[in-house]
Design a protein. Structure first.
Length: 242
């Protein structure tokens, strides 16, 4: 997904996009907490203060993503007015399209009257591997015990990346944030106890890398481009609650 917006110089881009629902707000602190029931990491862990003006999502010409040898052209879609933002948004034509991990990405836009041409280069992290849940490989993990700590391990990655763990039950959700280079994390017993009312829990593990860059816009005086690229590679499983 890609979106383009012009903001006033005094606006905080992160807060503004969070408030408009255009950027998932990730937990900033390490550790675990109970999330709003029914919410997921993709829907956001909260909302920042509202931006006083409606944001206009702009066309940026033809937009494509090249990952290694794979080139995907993004489709232009109308973004229905949400009260905070309206305009257009770019997405993969097939919502199930899988883009590879551990590859160099080139995100290109041909530009428009409002947005100059862009060529953004970033390295994606590798996918999570060697994941264990409660001492059992993820692919063989079938259950968790409510009221007992749940230990999770993975092959450690870059210290600038983060690993998020979601446990989503029918009445409660738990969200944890760990540094990728920890290689392990534990969901406290007090939080797994809150999942005891569910028969099944959806487990999702995310390796997330976010980079922010700034550059002067070609052919546009006094305009500074800030680019935010987020990679989010996810593994999921369903666990029985004992």
């Amino acid at each position: 997904m890609a979106q383009f917006v012009v903001l006033p110089a005094d606006a905080d881009a992160h807060e503004t996009l969070d408030a408009a629902g255009l950027r998932t707000q990730l937990p900033e602190r390490r550790g675990c907490s109970e999330a709003v029931a029914g919410a997921t990491l993709r829907e956001g862990a909260g909302r920042a203060r509202s931006y006083p003006e409606q944001l206009e999502l702009l066309e940026a010409g033809d937009v494509s993503i090249q990952a290694g040898e794979l080139v995907t052209r993004l489709a232009l879609n109308l973004f229905p007015p949400s009260g905070s933002a309206s305009g257009v948004i770019y997405t993969t034509p097939d919502q199930s399209a899988a883009l590879p991990a551990d590859a160099r990405y080139a995100i290109r836009a041909t530009g428009s009257d409002a947005i100059p041409p862009l060529n953004i280069q970033q390295e994606a992290p590798s996918a999570l591997r060697d994941v264990t849940v409660g001492g059992v490989p993820l692919e063989r993990a079938t259950s968790l015990r409510a009221g007992q700590p749940l230990d999770i391990t993975w092959a450690e990655g870059d210290g600038s990346d983060r690993v998020f763990v979601e446990l989503a039950g029918s009445d409660a959700n738990v969200l944890c944030s760990f540094s990728d280079d920890d290689g392990s994390g534990s969901v406290p017993a007090a939080l797994t106890a809150k999942l005891g009312g569910a028969d099944l829990v959806r487990l999702a593990l995310h390796r997330v890398r976010e980079t922010v860059g700034a550059q002067e816009a070609p052919r546009v005086d006094s305009l500074i481009l800030e680019t935010m690229v987020r990679f989010d590679f996810e593994l999921t499983s369903t666990l029985r609650v004992d």
